[in-house]
Ligand binder design. Structure first.
Ligand SMILES: NC(=O)c1ccc[n+]([C@@H]2O[C@H](COP(=O)([O-])OP(=O)(O)OC[C@H]3O[C@@H](n4cnc5c(N)ncnc54)[C@H](O)[C@@H]3O)[C@@H](O)[C@H]2O)c1
Ligand SMILES: N[C@H](CO)Cc1c[nH]c[nH+]1
Ligand SMILES: [Zn+2]
Length: 434
């Protein structure tokens, strides 16, 4: 972890600039994967799966039947999944726009404008599974897509070492009533859902978290005409701590995200000299007990521990960083949280670990990374919906609106736009153009 004592704001601005363009080489490889999947369909997908996941897949799709998974998942885990699913449903249900959020307003007599929400017809869901089988992502994506009313939900996840679906991912899919899954991960999964292959359907929008490959691939999918949720890449956590914070809690929270992969990132902004001096030894102590310590260690090497003398500066730092997750371990954490402007999800107070939101509190864990919390939030039920506007104009309405549109169209030097109005005005009695 890099220690910074009262760093200058312009220095931090440069340090935190994580939205840089992707590495040219990675982009080139991702585009090549897209081209090959577009050309060779299933064969390309299977071949990339052999290369990147080290397994041979004969059938890309496998049926999801509860009887195949039920006995393979522990009772306590099933109970936890049900409990978490209920919380996630309760929280996300509120996001589904009610009929009253569809509206029509008569903006002028005879000119009515409306807006209504519609579900995305087909949603593609990516469930990460390269280094850990994230069955919690099934809950975080399928529940909002179902609540939104998507007719078709296509799920992709990398195969496990036996060329099958991880049993807990299978169970969670079955629990939510999903009847099949495609065993494909990485950029090839995203490409397959973008173009469609013999087995894998093309979808309208792709959602779900993933590593840097998946995240870049979703951006390439967008260039190819498929909707995406948001850049939800390698995990990050920022922690705001004053001298009331518990050192061991902070260390554990740092490690909980650092263990996700080699490219996770952690930032701690503190007003406490004790934490500034003692956090790294505490992290080292806890790190050594973790099975994924290599990954966590690697991520921590690219992480920051920053000391500033007052909380206002600490909040400014995390707002500048715009983390995926922000944990506030200070006195009056609720009040401090009101000063936060940029964060995917905020965890308020010492008893609110970030892991709670990863699994079970109810909020979504698919959240913006790489500074994108400055421009978007995470997945909600609305991610799987779109708005559509309508307008209805009466003859009287057109008499009022028409001449103004003609004036504006001519000022933009777009004569045909004006003509489409003028031709109607000519037919209306008492019209100034008659
Ligand atoms: N931001 C969020 O909302 C959020 C939520 C959950 C997880 N995550 C992140 O998801 C990620 C999960 O990563 P993962 O790797 O375990 O699983 P993953 O499913 O995201 O990626 C695995 C796939 O990546 C591809 N891949 C790996 N190395 C490659 C290479 N060199 N070239 C081309 N393709 C390659 C393979 O096809 C593999 O199937 C982590 O980084 C985690 O932090 C983010
Ligand atoms: N922390 C991840 C989001 O960055 C979500 C997750 C799933 N499982 C464990 N954690
Ligand atoms: Zn996590």
């Amino acid at each position: 972890m890099q220690k910074l004592n009262q760093p200058r704001k312009d220095f931090l601005k440069r340090l935190f600039d994580r939205k840089s363009t992707p590495e040219a080489e990675m982009l080139k490889k991702t585009m090549a994967i897209f081209e090959t999947v577009k050309r060779n369909g299933d064969e390309a997908v299977k071949s990339y799966t052999r290369t990147f996941d080290g397994v041979d897949i004969s059938h890309l799709s496998i049926p999801i039947l509860m009887e195949d998974f039920e006995s393979r998942v522990d009772g306590s885990l099933k109970e936890a999944i049900t409990w978490a699913a209920e919380n996630i449903r309760t929280f996300h249900e509120k996001q589904v726009p009610g009929k009253n959020e569809n509206y029509t307003v008569e903006v002028r007599p005879g000119i009515s404008c409306g807006l209504r929400y519609q579900p995305i017809e087909s949603a593609g869901i990516y469930i990460p599974g390269g280094t850990a089988p994230l069955f919690s992502s099934v809950l975080m994506l399928v529940i909002p897509a179902q609540l939104a009313g998507c007719k078709k939900i296509v799920c992709c996840t990398p195969p496990d070492k036996n060329g099958s679906v991880n049993p807990v991912i299978g169970y969670t899919l079955a629990y939510l009533g999903i009847d099949s899954v495609f065993l494909v991960g990485g950029a090839q999964a995203v490409a397959a859902m973008t173009y469609g292959t013999e087995s894998i359907p093309r979808v309208d929008k792709i959602a779900g978290p993933g590593n840097a490959w998946v995240t870049l691939a979703k951006q390439v999918a967008f260039l190819n005409g498929t909707g995406i949720d948001l850049p939800a890449g390698p995990s990050e956590v920022a922690i705001l701590a004053d001298d009331s914070a518990d050192l061991s809690f902070i260390a554990a929270d740092c490690l909980s995200q650092a263990e996700h992969g080699y490219d996770s990132q952690v930032l701690v902004a503190t007003t406490s000299e004790r934490i500034f001096n003692d956090l790294i030894p505490e992290i080292t102590l806890q790190l050594n007990k973790l099975p994924r310590r290599d990954m966590a260690q690697h991520s921590l090497e690219k992480s920051y521990l920053i000391y500033v003398p007052n909380l206002e500066d600490a909040v400014n730092i995390t707002n500048l960083y715009a983390p995926e997750h922000l944990i506030i371990q200070t006195r009056s954490a609720g009040l401090v949280s009101e000063q936060v402007t940029n964060a995917g999800s905020v965890f308020v107070g010492s008893w609110t670990p970030e892991s709670a939101g990863d699994y079970a509190s109810g909020t979504n864990h698919t959240l913006p990374t790489s500074g994108n919390a400055a421009n978007t939030g995470g997945v909600t039920a609305k991610t799987f919906m779109k708005t559509m506007t309508t307008q209805t104009i009466t003859q009287d309405g057109l008499r009022e609106l028409g001449p103004r549109v003609v004036t504006m169209a001519e000022a933009e030097e777009l004569k045909a736009h004006g003509e489409a109005v003028r031709i109607r005005l000519k037919k209306l009695k008492g019209n100034i153009y008659e």
